[in-house]
Ligand binder design. Structure first.
Ligand SMILES: Cc1cc2nc3c(=O)[nH]c(=O)nc-3n(C[C@H](O)[C@H](O)[C@H](O)COP(=O)(O)OP(=O)(O)OC[C@H]3O[C@@H](n4cnc5c(N)ncnc54)[C@H](O)[C@@H]3O)c2cc1C
Length: 471
């Protein structure tokens, strides 16, 4: 029997050929749930165009048949933004076949990559021309340029290079009416009104389909030094960062790690070792880099940390003596979430407040949450220098198996209220997707009204990623 979804799939089949339409339920199944495996959707097909022209054709067909599309890259997003609705009313639009790096130029300091290019592939390509794309994160082997752009992803180098908003020079995107926006020229100066590129960055696929992006490159790293330091408090950690920044411009990573998170990693992640001999309530992982082959970044960092120690800015520090040890330090930081999962149930919040307010926020919010929900414990870790902390609430050892489902909403409401009262954001780098939609509407109705007006203007038929952000 004919219905709009069947009609769309048949028309897409005629246009894209067999490689472009996946309709075997076994092949679709892995792409129907979010990365954390908590939200499940349904879709009768994955449409997988291989060129911008094919995306234009599919979006026009979707508009004609009034069938919504859910754009999807690597499906590593943290807020179920790429998970289709549970009622099967939409189809998935995978960009993974659009995986060409169209151009890469050290002279222009730009790469133009299609939406389906995996982040690690771009890193390798930049390396080959003596350059670097300075954004990285734990999912670099799976996440795509389209997904990173559409979530305005951050990661561990934001301190120096900014989020995708700073690194994307322009995008090519198919808008919901099937028209093409081409912003790939990478012009440094372009004042033709509203920035459509910036509107599409962080839009979570609700305003159009990103098909390619022009990405800013920086010179490749000639040397890096990685250190681990112990401090007494989060404000001591921020003081150390500011002290270092006043003396060098080489700091590009500065990650806060509480002692409780370090202990969990050492307990659950094989092969990890405590970097420092003594005990400290808080730790920081510091990375300094240089593009100057003649500079000794390790010697510079060592001297600075020695002076910081003498000035009692911090308790103790060690510099990684080898690449393997440097990787070992990063492994501790990158394994915190995995160690938490091994320990028990955890409720994750990705929040930001003004950088200077973060130390106090961490201490006060931890006390407030642990008092309101006895038995829980908070791990606040991550990008202190960006004012962005992963505020994770762990269930106690005696928590019920359904603690997450029963208590999760109440705990998150308290965390989100505390963040809002501090003038912060309930989503620093992961986006809103499905998971944060109700909280955004509760806490910031004026913002949601404006976002909805933009959505309505560009996508009056509501065919782009329904049920996400504001739709
Ligand atoms: C281990 C791990 C570590 C992570 N660390 C970080 C981190 O440090 N910082 C950070 O910011 N994020 C982090 N993330 C989250 C995630 O990697 C990012 O959100 C990433 O940008 C998602 O890319 P993706 O290709 O997987 O997108 P998907 O998950 O497929 O999609 C994400 C959103 O973008 C939309 N979308 C995807 N492609 C397109 C397109 N071409 N056009 C329009 N819309 C599109 C989707 O509809 C969805 O709303 C991490 C994830 C994991 C699993």
């Amino acid at each position: 029997m004919s219905d709009p979804i069947s009609d769309l799939i048949a028309a897409a089949d005629a246009r894209l050929g067999p490689k472009g339409v996946i309709s075997d339920p076994a092949d679709i199944a892995p792409w129907l749930s979010d990365w954390r495996g908590r939200i499940h959707g349904q879709a009768r097909a994955i449409l997988a165009p291989a060129s911008t022209g094919e995306v234009v054709g599919i979006v026009r067909l979707a508009a004609e048949h009034r069938v919504p599309l859910v754009p999807q890259g690597g499906n590593t997003g943290m807020v179920a933004g790429a998970t289709p609705p549970a009622d099967g009313s939409a189809v998935l639009l995978s960009l993974r076949r659009m995986n060409r790096i169209r151009s890469i130029s050290a002279d222009n300091r730009l790469a133009v990559a299609e939406a389906g290019v995996i982040l690690a592939t771009l890193h390798d390509a930049a390396d080959e021309v003596g350059m670097r794309f300075p954004l990285t994160l734990g999912a670099r082997g799976s996440c795509t340029i389209g997904g990173l752009t559409s979530t305005n992803a951050g990661g561990t180098q934001v301190l120096r290079f900014g989020t995708m908003r700073a690194l994307v020079a322009g995008v090519e995107a198919v808008l919901p009416d099937g028209s093409l926006h081409n912003g790939l020229s990478g012009l440094k100066k372009d004042n033709r009104g509203y920035s459509l590129d910036q509107l599409l960055i962080g839009a979570e696929g609700t305003l159009g389909v990103v098909t390619a992006a022009a990405l800013r490159l920086v010179p490749a790293i000639a040397g890096r030094a990685v250190a681990w330091a112990g401090v007494d408090t989060p404000s001591g950690a921020l003081a150390l960062l500011r002290w270092l920044e006043a003396r060098t411009s080489a700091i590009e990573g500065f990650e806060l790690v509480p002692a409780s998170s370090l202990e969990l990693v050492l307990r659950h992640i094989p092969g990890t070792r405590a970097p420092l001999a003594g005990e400290h309530p808080w730790h920081v992982l510091i990375e300094a880099t240089t593009a100057d082959a003649g500079a000794s970044i390790a010697a510079e960092l060592e001297q600075l940390l020695g002076e910081a120690l003498d000035s009692r800015i911090m308790g103790d520090a060690v510099i990684a003596a080898s690449e393997a040890q440097a990787e070992g330090f990063w492994r501790i930081r990158d394994s915190i979430a995995e160690a938490e999962r091994a320990e028990g149930q955890t409720l994750a919040h990705d929040i930001s407040v003004a950088v200077a307010d973060m130390p106090r926020f961490v201490v006060d919010a931890t006390t407030a949450v642990e008092r309101a929900f006895p038995g829980t414990s908070v791990s606040a870790f991550g990008h202190l220098g960006d004012g962005n902390i992963h505020f994770h609430v762990r269930a106690g050892s005696r928590a019920a198996p359904d603690w997450y489902e029963v208590e999760g909403e109440r705990i998150s409401r308290l965390v989100d209220d505390l963040v809002t009262a501090a003038g912060g954001s309930i989503s620093a780098e992961h986006g809103i997707g499905q998971l944060k939609k109700a909280e955004l509407a509760r806490l910031d109705p004026d913002r949601v009204r404006t976002l909805r007006a933009i959505k309505q203007a560009l996508d009056p038929l509501g065919i782009m990623n329904p049920g996400k952000l504001v739709s």
